[in-house]
Structures are given as C-alpha cells and as structure tokens.
Design a protein around this ligand. Structure first.
Ligand code: SF4
Length: 246
C-alpha cells in the first residue's frame, strides 16, 4: 500500500484547541479542494516531489525518499522521532482522508506506543472518515465558507461533523474580510444543531489568494454572535507563523 507523503517533522501545533502542543506532523500529498488561501505549496500536492524527513540528530537513514512510498519506508524515522516525547501525531495535508488505508495502517503500527492520533481535515470526505474514525483520537475539522472558497460544502460538513462529534472534535473557520454573515450563520446553525458544546475556533485569515485580513472588530463581533448560540468560541490566529515555525 503506497501513499504520497510530502514531509515529516516535529513542531508545535500552531492552530486551534491544541495550540502549543508538540506534535510529529505527517503531511500527506493531495487535496480534494483548491482554497484560494491555501498555504500548502502546490508542488506538494504532487507525487513528483520527494518526501522530506526533517534533519534530526542521530538519525542515520535517508532524509529524502521517493514518492509514492510505502509506510514501511517511513516507520523507522517515525519510531526514531517518537523516542522524544510528543503530545500526539498530526496526520495532515493536503487532505489526509484521501488515504484512509494508509491512516489505518499507520494507526496499527503505532498502537504499541499509545500515542494519540490527531487528524487535520477539511471536513468533507464523510465515507473515508467513517473508515478510520475508530482509530482517531482528535479531529480538527475545517468548515469552509463559500464566500471565501467559491463553493458550498454544507451537506458534507454537516454529515462529517455528525460523525466526528463522537470524538474529541473542534471546528475551525477561517475568517477573511470577504467572509459573509450569511455563510457564518449557516455554519453556526449546523454546529448548534449537532452539539452546542463543540468548540468553535475562529481563525483570522493570513491574507493570501486575493482574500483580505478580517478587521479586529469583525472578529470580535463574530465571536460575540457565535457565543449567543454555542458554548465555547475562541479566536486563535495561526501562531506558528508568528514564531516562524514550520
Ligand atoms: S483544504 Fe486545506 S490543503 Fe486543501 S486546498 Fe484548502 S487549505 Fe489547502
């Protein structure tokens, strides 16, 4: 079984509920979306790029591997990095749910270490989530606003969140100057109807792709509104970018 992996590295989680936690990131290649504000290098969506393993003291294997690769090719590196303490393993992308079989295999390999698996996802691939959910501990789910990405995924987001809500899930919404109130209200009603206790993280956009920064007043106004319908709403920017971390 093979997958495209663009990089593996150890860093802090820069976004959302677990901001500041140390994670080993495994970034899988490819995505089913094309968001204008995507900060993943477009080349990293292609199997033409090699998998880059972060340099680390004492590791003697190759630090560049040819894609697509087999999980056995990267397990020695993952096991080596996990000799140091990590809060969890972040399976990220792109969209990692494009590879449910790889996630299952990874979970099986990591079982003896009892380390939590953290899935970072755009919250649209419902069937694939159903395949892996028993192995996942924490889900960071994006809800994409059509006013920002030009396409609506409401039904997918709703079904996805219903399923994800049996795990430790939080929803993240990127907010730009262009994000509309109508889209925001729709997102709030979906979350509220599933469980008003689900954490909502409002993430001010790092401007990219023609979208502009949301003014601070907008962030506060939207948080106030969200707190009228949900129990836990936080505004958290991308902190890793402030610190120049990966
Ligand atoms: S879902 Fe995430 S990885 Fe995919 S295009 Fe959008 S921002 Fe990029």
């Amino acid at each position: 079984m093979q997958a495209g992996v663009s990089e593996i590295f150890s860093s802090i989680q820069g976004e959302g509920k677990y901001v500041g936690c140390r994670q080993l990131f495994i970034r899988l290649i490819g995505c089913n979306m094309d968001c204008p504000y995507c900060d993943t290098d477009k080349l990293a969506h292609s199997n033409l790029v090699p998998c880059v393993l972060e340099k680390c003291e004492g590791y003697e294997g190759d630090l560049e591997l040819k894609n697509p690769l087999d999980l056995n090719d990267i397990m020695p590196y993952i096991n080596y990095r996990l000799q140091q303490p990590h809060h969890s393993i972040s399976i990220t992308g792109g969209e990692p749910l494009l590879y449910p079989q790889i996630i299952l295999e990874l979970a099986k390999n990591l079982k003896p270490l009892s380390i939590p698996l953290f899935l970072e996802t755009n919250g649209t691939l419902v069937k694939q989530l159903a395949q892996v959910i028993d192995e996942i501990d924490i889900i960071s789910m994006d809800m994409k606003l059509p006013s920002d990405i030009g396409k609506a995924y409401w039904q997918e987001h709703e079904e996805f969140l219903k399923l994800a809500s049996k795990k430790d899930v939080y929803v993240k919404i990127v907010v730009s100057n262009e994000s509309t109130v109508e889209d925001f209200e729709k997102a709030l009603s979906i979350i509220k109807n599933i469980d008003e206790n689900i954490l909502l993280v409002l993430q001010p956009i790092t401007p990219l792709g023609g979208l502009h920064e949301a003014p601070p007043e907008k962030m506060l106004k939207w948080q106030t509104r969200a707190m009228q319908v949900l129990k836990n709403v936080r505004v958290i920017p991308q902190t890793h970018k402030m610190m120049n971390q990966l």
